[in-house]
Design a protein around this ligand. Structure first.
Ligand code: BG6
Length: 522
């Protein structure tokens, strides 16, 4: 019954907003790294699915750039294979739709440091003559190793094919999307921002963090700011602590080279987890506009309590997985993975405690945790409320606090835990979860975070992208820790078995405030 009423209202909402479909204008997207993993796995399937949903203009084109010598037909065939493998929207490739999509794809071979490559791109843009209609523009996507970002940015600027434009209203627009990691330290992020600033105005730059394209991450804003019941309790008077978990069951996979350099703090905290923290902690923005939202997020990052290196043990623990079992399968430890040094000090687990020094959050710890090879893949934000000041019921086992859990993935949900009376003649209490699962209410969503983000970029909507001051403030929050850990050898690595919830020291770490880590539902 409950489900039917939700579904009726979905139709009402859709009908009411018919005609307001956010559809991209004409666009040519130039992808540097046109045959790379990200392009094959995420970008092409997302663009294809956007086309299937009628959200791309007819006048769109995609140019893949890399050093592979291949004809347009070869390139289309390779992307076809990727689509079959990676299933746009989770569906088998619709060959009929592929026939419509593939003519929009072409390829340019070239070295990224060669001005000739940019000349070829400029010529191709001229030949295509696309992207110039109303709301049209050219989008340059850097899906390449980060060490090449400055090379491409400088070449783009020097070639004149991606000019700086004075304001967001200039037509045709020119935008550049820069993938994570944006720098590998505060200093390198500052340098990269300086390089970007020489070539482009800030409104042209879209720094991507795919977590911001996830449905529930955006829904956190709706939950907080479109409902009146949560905001009054969203503060230090009512909240005891916050746990943000991004657990992965996969190991380092085929990315050992990158991961050995990065480690979990650069890989997950500097970007995704701090984004979740800022959205949870920020003040209500005045409007849902890019700068209003990002101003509030930056304020949170600036309010994070700085930590002295001698105190890091108070604020952070690290771990690395050893061999173990996941889903009944034996899996190797991190140091046994291909490409990983046998004595690698790289952390694959970290738990950090952040304090937000402002009026709303004074004294409320935010525990952030992420790791590879945990028992299951799950990302959630859990807000634990304070206990009632006085308990009039006898409860030998004590009370479980109220918890509001926002599950980002895999099964998107919002769940509220509260105490109820067990039916019977005695007053006995037990905690229950009121669980709102998105798939139950709306059916499974088949769109990927990249679809939202690519469409937003084509529409010039930058709210879900990271601004330069934001990325720098996020680096400021983790840079001292990364530096400290890289200069102090980790003791007892590996210190958690694959398939466990992390090292024992992490339990003691959160145990200091008298609580336990949650074991979120997958
Ligand atoms: C990426 C990290 O940014 O996010 C990966 O580089 C990680 O190591 C991935 O696996 C997690 O993303 P998701 O969407 O699967 O939670």
């Amino acid at each position: 019954m409950a489900r039917a009423s939700v579904l009726m209202r979905v139709e009402e909402v859709r009908e009411a907003s018919a005609g307001q479909l956010r559809k991209a204008g004409p666009c040519v997207m130039v992808i540097f790294g046109g045959s790379g993993d990200l392009t094959r796995r995420k970008l092409m399937p997302s663009l294809f699915h956007l086309m299937q949903d009628g959200l791309l203009a007819d006048d769109f084109a995609i140019i893949g750039v890399d050093r592979e010598p291949q004809s347009d037909q070869d390139y289309q065939a390779a992307i076809h294979d990727a689509m079959v493998e990676f299933k746009p929207g989770g569906h088998e490739l619709e060959e009929g739709d592929w026939e419509k999509f593939s003519p929009h794809l072409s390829h340019i071979k070239g070295e990224l440091n060669d001005p000739g490559t940019y000349k070829k791109i400029g010529d191709r843009l001229g030949e295509l003559g696309k992207g110039f209609g109303e709301n049209g523009g050219h989008l340059f996507y850097l899906a390449i190793p980060p060490s090449l970002y400055p090379v491409v940015i400088e070449q783009l600027a020097a070639s004149g094919i991606a000019p700086r434009v004075p304001d967001a209203a200039t037509k045709p627009w020119v935008r550049v999307i820069i993938e994570k990691p944006f720098g590998r330290s505060l200093q390198s992020a500052l340098d990269l921002n300086a390089c970007v600033r020489k070539a482009f105005a800030e409104h042209q730059v879209y720094r991507i963090d795919h977590y911001l394209g996830k449905e529930t991450v955006q829904n956190l804003l709706v939950l907080r700011f479109a409902n009146s019941i949560f905001e009054p309790v969203w503060n230090r008077q009512h909240i005891q602590h916050v746990q943000i978990t991004a657990a992965e069951s996969v190991g380092v996979e085929h990315r050992a080279r990158y991961y050995e350099e990065a480690g979990v703090v650069r890989d997950m905290f500097q970007n995704h987890l701090l984004q979740l923290l800022t959205l949870t902690a920020m003040e209500p923005p005045v409007t849902f506009s890019a700068d209003a939202v990002r101003d509030e997020k930056v304020k949170v990052l600036k309010a994070l309590r700085p930590t002295d290196k001698d105190e890091w043990h108070e604020f952070a623990v690290r771990g690395q997985y050893g061999p173990g079992t996941i889903d009944g399968q034996k899996v190797p430890g991190y140091r046994e993975e291909e490409g990983v040094a046998p004595n690698s000090p790289t952390p694959t687990y970290a738990a950090l405690r952040f304090m937000v020094d402002n009026w709303r959050w004074q004294g409320v710890p935010f525990y952030l945790r992420s790791a590879k090879r945990m028992p299951r893949r799950v990302t959630e934000i859990a807000i634990t409320f304070r206990e009632p000041p006085h308990l009039m019921f006898k409860s030998p086992k004590g009370l479980e606090p109220n918890v509001l859990a926002v599950r980002v993935q895999p099964k998107e949900a919002i769940a509220l835990r509260f105490e109820v009376k067990l039916p019977g003649v005695d007053v006995k209490m037990l905690p229950v979860d009121m669980d709102f699962e998105y798939a139950d209410a709306f059916g499974s969503s088949d769109h990927d975070a990249y679809e939202t983000l690519l469409l937003d970029c084509m529409l010039g909507e930058a709210t879900l992208f990271t601004r330069s001051d934001e990325v720098e403030a996020a680096w400021r929050a983790v840079d001292p820790l990364i530096d400290h850990w890289e200069h102090t050898a980790p003791a007892h690595f590996p210190n958690y078995a694959a398939g466990s919830w992390g090292p024992e020291i992490a339990d003691a770490f959160i145990g200091r405030i008298g609580v336990k880590w949650r074991q979120p539902k997958g």
